[in-house]
Design a protein around this ligand. Structure first.
Ligand code: GRF
Length: 192
């Protein structure tokens, strides 16, 4: 996906379910001239997501979506996205699976960050499984979202060395630091 000519930033929505450290980091980078996107909408499937606080802090609109009724959910999200003229969706710790239909409608415009060196360790509990298998390296990956879980084309990846002392908590911390480097860089890469 290429940016149209000119200094205009691509309007982006960030979908979260938890802490939102990636969200906060993307907001920070979006303020730099060199990064061709702005965060215009924060969407969460739960009001418990701690990252929702960044909506007030940075004056970015937030929407909380009830995922119980799937079809209506898609329609609602699409309505909000159109309303805000969103052109890119960044999933950042979003714990719901988007429907095939939704992904089709936003084809090539949804990206995700996953805390492993994909295609290894798709899905949940990545750090735990990585440590259990005595891997020497792990890392993080930004990839396009397709209807197959954590399987879309890779945009950027960063490797992290696992030390003998690492457990799943220390590894998660190490990787999160790298996530904060590659997510904004990946957006820049696809938009420039
Ligand atoms: C990150 O590790 C991300 O890779 C994974 O969920 C975590 C979200 O962290 N998908 P945060 O909410 O951005 O702090």
């Amino acid at each position: 996906m290429k940016r149209s000519i000119g200094p205009k930033k691509i309007k982006t929505a960030v979908f979260i379910s938890g802490k939102g450290s990636n969200l906060k980091n993307l907001i920070k980078f979006s303020k730099f001239k060199k990064y061709p996107f702005s965060v215009n909408l924060i969407l969460s499937n739960t009001k418990k997501a701690k990252g929702l606080k960044y909506s007030n802090q940075y004056r970015i609109e937030k929407k909380i979506i009830n995922y119980d009724k799937k079809i209506k959910t898609d329609k609602k999200i699409l309505y909000f996205l159109n309303q805000k003229k969103i052109k890119l969706i960044c999933l950042a710790g979003f714990m719901k699976i988007l429907s095939k239909n939704f992904i089709k409608k936003f084809k090539g415009k949804i990206i995700n960050i996953h805390p492993s060196l994909l295609p290894k360790y798709k899905g949940l509990n990545t750090h735990f499984r990585t440590i259990k298998n005595r891997e020497k390296f792990s890392g993080c990956t930004v990839h396009y979202v397709t209807s197959k879980l954590d399987s879309g084309k890779i945009i950027l990846q960063k490797k992290v060395k696992i030390s003998k002392k690492d457990d799943h908590i220390s590894l998660a911390k190490k990787i999160l630091k790298k996530e904060h480097l590659i997510y904004p860089a990946a957006i820049k890469k696809i938009l420039n």
